[in-house]
Design a protein around this ligand. Structure first.
Ligand code: URA
Length: 258
């Protein structure tokens, strides 16, 4: 089926639609060897050879959406100059090339979405979408109420103040405290930097919810396919997931299974 080139490039995960438009007008895109610079141009990925900077663009007809429980010790980039393990190594059986939606640090574990649908991934990652992401954070030592309130209200980082977050104390042991932090921004190492800014030392960081999706009982390193209803609920930005209570509404620490 013929489609506009910028849509094909964005679906293939090459770039967002806007960036793809720039690639076209900059003369970086060719169809069957001929450079195309018009934004209205169409092509049929099942028939035509589309290239960006001379490299062929592959478009998978079948859209795949998976939820992986990422273990610590994997990078979410598709190539690592240091040769560290890559999350897609865990998806070898999938038979389709997918890429992560957003990122998790090498030392962060938990819910990671991967897909070959670039349009869907771009929609979720767009700041306007404001998808809630909930993290369970194990902190060394104790956490003071004042530190929770500061995290909730937003802290000053070098790239600006963070938006208000929902924070709850979930468990306390002799040496550690577990808190849940829900944010909708997705800045680089945001949760770790927020904790550092209020002098909290992060021992373990796990993402347990992304919008309406929960990590659930999925074991580390395992993945599952999303249902069509989950795919469309995320794209529509439905915030149907459980909300972490704010610290102000929690009278006492509430234990949660970890
Ligand atoms: N915040 C972080 O600090 N790291 C992550 O991987 C995700 C959110």
């Amino acid at each position: 089926m013929e489609e506009r080139l910028q849509k094909i490039l964005s679906q293939a995960g090459v770039a967002s639609r806007r960036e793809a438009e720039r690639m076209i007008t900059d003369g970086r895109v060719a169809v069957n060897g001929a450079s195309v610079t018009e934004l209205g141009a169409k092509a049929d990925p099942s028939r035509d050879t589309i290239t960006v900077d001379g490299k062929p663009v592959t478009v998978d007809e079948k859209r795949v959406y998976v939820l992986l429980n990422k273990p610590v010790g994997y990078v979410t980039t598709l190539k690592d100059p240091e040769g560290r393990p890559i999350v897609t190594d865990l998806l070898k059986g999938l038979g389709v090339r997918v890429f992560p939606v957003g990122r998790l640090d090498y030392n962060t574990e938990g819910l990671l979405l991967l897909t070959n649908d670039g349009e869907w991934a771009n929609r979720l990652a767009h700041p306007r979408h404001e998808v809630d992401k909930e993290y369970l954070v194990r902190i060394r030592g104790t956490v003071a109420r004042e530190q929770i309130v500061r995290l909730e209200q937003g802290v000053d980082l070098e790239d600006g103040k963070t938006a208000p977050a929902r924070v709850a104390l979930t468990k306390q042991s002799d040496n550690n405290t577990w808190i849940s932090i829900t944010i909708h921004e997705g800045r680089y190492r945001q949760v770790r930097r927020m904790c550092e800014a209020v002098s909290l030392s992060v021992v373990r960081l796990r993402r347990v919810r992304y919008g309406s999706l929960e990590l659930g009982e999925l074991k580390q390193g395992q993945y599952r396919h999303l249902t069509p209803a989950e795919v469309s609920a995320l794209a529509e930005g439905k915030k149907t997931g459980r909300r972490a209570p704010s610290a102000g509404r929690v009278p006492s620490p509430r234990p949660r299974k970890t």
